[in-house]
Design a protein around this ligand. Sequence first.
Ligand code: DMJ
Length: 672
Amino acid sequence: MYSGAAAAAGPPRRDFISVTLGPEEAVGVGGYNNSKAWRRRSCWRKWKQLSRLQRSVILFLFAFLAVGGVISYTSMGEAWKSITNKSLDEQRTEQEIPGLKLANPAVLPAPQKADANRGDYPELSLQKPPKPPHVRRGPSNLQIKAPRRDRLKTQHDTIRAVEELVEADKVEKTEKSIISWRGAVIEPDQSTEPPSSKIKEPEKPSSVEAEDQKEPVPINERQLAVIEAFRHAWKGYKDFAWGHDELKPLSKSYSEWFGLGLTLIDALDTMWILGLKEEFEEARKWVANDLVFDKNVDVNLFESTIRILGGLLSTYHLSGDSLFLEKAKDIGNRLMPAFKTPSKIPYSDVNIGRGTAHPPRWTSDSTVAEVTSIQLEFRELSRLTGDEKFQKAVDEVMKHVHTLSGKNDGLVPMFINTNSGQFTHLGVYTLGARADSYYEYLLKQWIQGGKKENELLEDYMRAIEGVKKHLLQRSEPKKLAFVGELAHGHFSAKMDHLVCFLPGTLALGAHNGLAADHMKLAEALIETCYQMYAQVETGLSPEIVHFNLHAQKGHKDVEIKPADRHNLLRPETVESLFYMYRFTGDKKYQDWGWEILQNFNRYTRVSTGGYTSINNVQNPSNPEPRDKMESFFLGETLKYMFLLFSDDIDLINLDKYVFNTEAHPLPIWVPA
Ligand code: DMJ
């Protein structure tokens, strides 16, 4: 409707509607008259102006609406009756807690002001807004019962604030934590917390109490056999090598590497896990009275970290005995000079008495696996001591390696220069010696830190893709999947026994939510590792195998070169069997491990005590004993055997502990 007055008063408004009326109703004709009589007359005039047909249609419509109205009134009445016929209990509740009906109304609620009921009934204010489902630990003031009115506003504000925080957190988590890698989307576990870059309070051992409270699970026959094997090995060590690095069981003597009782320290947590209290106490006494690190001796940074520092830390966690933490701190501090290099990539060797470090005599290179497989231990030492220098040093190495060029689809070369910080000897890629535990520690650090350090995960995922692309092949005739090597573009069907850590690591990743095809690959590879034992005359794997890529009559999948047919009592296959059994429950993995233990007993056991590495796995009548029991036989091989035969998933629960590369369990900082 156009208003001349409005036009005169100012600029025309644009939000009008225009209606065309008949002449009589037009403004200005007879003036504005809105009386009831006028309106009645006007309606009647209109009605008369309609044709008969139009009147009939209108009358029909009225009749139709009237009938519909009567019907819907009847059914509304039924519904209303059912509402008013609620149980007496409900009615009582409403009387006792008036307003509950409004919080949880049965039918359309009356519109209400947001705070109308909250002032009187704070319980209701807790229902609305609802507690966000993914908040696990709310701020404590949400749980404090506030007096009704005076705390209400604060409470409501807190709930809002929590909601906002949760929303913000959700967005941040989505942005930060979802990594898309070649189509794989990984969402880290929501229950973990971000790792703190700042080290705070010294920590208590992780699980002593929990372990103590558990009902002991009976030990089975196979586990007893492992205990017997351990005791036999320990007898040899005790009788002929006590306090020295390694037993030489045939010559009934010992060998020294660092002169630090390596076998004894490596075996401490195994004794704890196997329940060998007497042996443990005796070994503890030696640590307390005879283990001295103030010695003018060169030690290898990696080996002493994974065996000594790792062994002491895990024994501290399992036993709760602070002696082991004190010793761990001592050796940790003495290893720190290794990081004083131009590039901060550590030297391979440290003199723990003098506090000096150096690379090997012939080069300024360090091994990639060595500098990237000391992180779990140093990070844990920082957490326990509250001294961040250990973690800082090793984190810096990982960050640096993350940025380096020279990788091949995530696969790393084997050497890195301590001056330039660059990879050297480019072009050779393996998951065996000198690179192996780089891959293992990418995943395990990510797990240790609560699955938040995305660079580690990225590097791990990329590397596994690299393995699939460049190193994975199938053998003939059994079509076993195996991981070979790449040297300057040429594939070699050579696989170290060391690579058999990989199925276990892949399975651990899959257990922690990574791509399901990692588990498939793990299943295929552990079969291959088992065949590396089963296809050999003694049933024991050689150090290195070559796989046949082409079917040849009378040839097996596995070929062994004379230089590679030794066995050092290594743990990797048994380690992976343990993970596979834990995650699948498939008994065949236990059976395979049992076969291996029996073959160790058959061909490597020395009657006067101890086990020995052998020179020839292909000659059952003379496997040529080497006269050396490596410390990892007690630290790793027998420990993983014992865990493999156990059906108790809480015996070193893999959601609470992560094993270092020498099988020493360290706590996951924020367990699942
Ligand atoms: C152990 O010292 C460790 O497992 C290391 O990562 C590789 N070599 C031996 C066992 O074979």
